[in-house]
Design a protein around this ligand. Structure first.
Ligand code: FES
Ligand code: FES
Length: 157
């Protein structure tokens, strides 16, 4: 067992835990955060995405031993702060069964609030880490472009 300290959604967390426990397991079993889900379990579907220090990562691939001092943001917090992201995903025809959506919310937040101005092609590349079996990735790309052009809609709640 190891002791790790980190921050999740502005909350300071200290855990005594097996070093190889995944962040995805920690979120659901220790912190009751269930929106990041298990899909492929091997880093290929993006459904378990969270932000670590502002960058999207697959939480199924991150171990407890890597968590000391990091700042994590999950889709629960992003959705609460910026509900317009999900609203626009739905308006553009994405977010149907909902399984993949939390991963896209996480990646979209990182893109929209990046210092770098992403092109459509770069968004497509970034979203290629996600798989939506209902609508494909196109609606999420278009919604993210729309939000980048209409940042005033994203006033923090
Ligand atoms: S469950 Fe983590 S990338 Fe698929
Ligand atoms: S909305 Fe169903 S998998 Fe994406």
């Amino acid at each position: 067992m190891i002791k790790v300290n980190f921050i999740v959604n502005n909350r300071a967390i200290t855990l005594e835990i097996h070093p190889h426990t995944t962040l995805l397991e920690i979120l659901s079993t220790k912190l009751s955060l269930f929106e990041s889900k298990i899909g492929c379990g091997n880093g290929n579907c993006g459904v378990c995405s969270v932000l670590i220090d502002g960058e999207p990562v697959n939480s199924c691939q991150i171990r407890a031993i890597d968590l000391e001092g990091v700042v994590i943001e999950t889709s629960e917090k992003i959705d609460n702060d910026y509900p317009e992201i999900l609203k626009q995903f739905e308006s553009f025809g994405g977010a149907q069964c909902g399984f993949c959506v939390s991963g896209f919310i996480v990646s979209a937040k990182a893109i929209i609030f990046s210092q770098k101005k992403f092109t459509e092609e770069e968004i497509r590349d970034r979203f290629s880490a996600h798989i939506c079996q209902c609508s494909g990735n196109y609606p999420y790309i278009q919604a993210t472009l729309f939000l980048m052009k209409n940042r005033d809609l994203l006033t923090k709640k």
